[in-house]
Structure formats: C-alpha cells, structure tokens
Design a protein around this ligand. Sequence first.
Ligand code: SF4
Ligand code: MG
Length: 333
Amino acid sequence: HQPLIIAKDLKKHFPIRSGLLNRKTATVHAVDGISFEVQKGETLGIVGESGCGKSTTARLLIGLIELDDGSIIYDGDALGTDIKLKELRRGVQMVFQDSYASLNPRLTIVDSIAFGPKIHGHADPSGVARGLMGRVGLDPERFAERYPHELSGGQRQRVNIARALALSPRLVILDEAVSALDKSVEAQVLNLLNDLKEELGLTYVFISHDLNVVRYISDRVLVMYLGEVVEVGPADAIYAKQAHPYTASLFAAMPSMDPDNRTEEPPLAGDPPNPIDPPTGCRFHTRCRFAEDICSKTKPKLSVIGGSERHLAACHLQDTTSGHSQALKEVAE
Ligand code: SF4
Ligand code: MG
C-alpha cells in the first residue's frame, strides 16, 4: 500500500480576540503537531469531540486554509507551497454537513454539478453532470432542472456528492456529511458512498461525531483530542479494544456498542479544556481517571501497541504487549 497523503507534524493556530473589549489576543491550538497517513483506497475515519481539530485537519488537507507548520505530501509530491495547490484542489474534494448552504440556490441541479467541469474547460459539462446524477441515484429527467429548495436533505446531499465527484477527485473528505440526515436516508447515502468508492477507486477521509457511522464505513480510525492524535489504528482493532483512556471513554458513550467488547469505562464527564491554554503533558490528564504524576509533566508519544505496527496510542500507561492501556487492564482484572 502506498499512501495518498502523508501528513507530517501539521500545525494550525488561530489568533482570537479575548478579554475586556477584545483587547487581548489569544491563540487557539486547533491542530497541534499531528502526523498521519491516508492509504490509497482506504476510508480513514476521524473522531473526537467537537473542537478537537477534526474540521481544521480536513481544511488543511484540502488547502482551504494554510498550514502554520508541517508538511503534506500528496501522492509523492510535497505541498505546503502554492505550486501544487491547484492540483490538490482538483484531486481533493470535500462534502460538508449542511447540504443546503453548499449549493447556490439560484443554480439548477444540473448547472450546480456542471459548474466545476465548465470552469475547467470540459467539452460537455452538462453531460458529465447528468451522468453523475444517475450515478448518485438522482434521475436526471426528474431532477436536472430543479432548484436546491425543491429537494429533500438526502437528495441535496446526493447533489453535493455528485458535485464533489465532477472533477474526478482521488480523495473525498466527508465532514459530518451524513450527520444532518434521517437514519434511513443516512444508511442509503452511506451505501452510496461505499459503492462509489469501489466503482471509482476513491479514497475517503470520513469525519464524524457518530461512532456507529464511523465503524460502518471506516477501514482505519484516527482519534483526536485537543488538536492532537491520541490513537490511530485499524477500525476492527479499535472498536474491539480501545488502547487510550480517552478513546475508551468516548466509546463508552456509544449507544449500541456490543456489551462484550465494551470497556468498563464511565462516559466522559464535562467539556474538553480550553484549546487556548491546553493542559501540559498529556492533554487528557485533567479528565483521565488514571492520571499519574508523569502525565501532567511529559507528553506521551504515539507508540505501537498490541504488537501491530498499525495500531498506535499516546499514553504513558499503555501496555505495549497486550495492546491495552495498563490502567484499563488493571481495571478489567
Ligand atoms: Fe491518562 Fe496519563 Fe495516559 Fe494521559 S498519559 S491518558 S493522563 S494515563
Ligand atoms: Mg466539525
């Protein structure tokens, strides 16, 4: 397997105004030195509470916002400079949660989908658009001349998917793309995404707060906490046995998690700390019930656990042989 994306030490800090009369400037550590790879043809799920940096990571990958530090290698070519950005914008497309806001209300469905190909000088943009409509399950005869407000949320999201595919991307980033849909529609759109991925050889980065949905669609899962990666590995391995105490707490709140595979963890209490002033050492130490002295002093490194090179977690107490946090193991015994 060759990686499509190699992200190294990505950093994005946002200055914000705060304090009395907004006179002070503070820095939000939105993404704070994360590294990961996206393999060709896989679906990488990214999970974590809101504000953990999932969406910022997505926007960095697609070049919507600039990196403060770090590098992104896209299919062997270094980005970070603007030379490759144009190519990246074509090769990487994104689908957002709000199906309505993403569409121009004055454009018919066929014109919306044809827009990208038209800009890029395609000979028959409408033909491309109609073909894609069929592919995403929207009969062009019925829907081509309609406007976004005449469609349901699920139909609009199909339009957004068709629009994302119109420039033949290799990577599609789906940021809460099914989160606003009813459960039955959500299942249909997830199946559509899986079919399209097979047919077109796509790679997905799938961002969601819904762990059941992520489990359904992902080959690998990356868990973020306060701008950092705390665990990454094959979806099967992580859903069967979470290595990091944060992942365990997050998953404990999952409604339909198989009770046999469930860690005996109380669900997370409270909100994550302020990303303006993240905790020292392990950022999870203020909420971790296993925290020890070292945890607030030294930042744990992502290290291989459970003998699988592909499963990594960042916790001082993790047992590198059992693939289970030492702390969690003791609790289980
Ligand atoms: Fe908890 Fe310490 Fe592990 Fe962080 S490093 S998750 S605080 S045990
Ligand atoms: Mg988000």
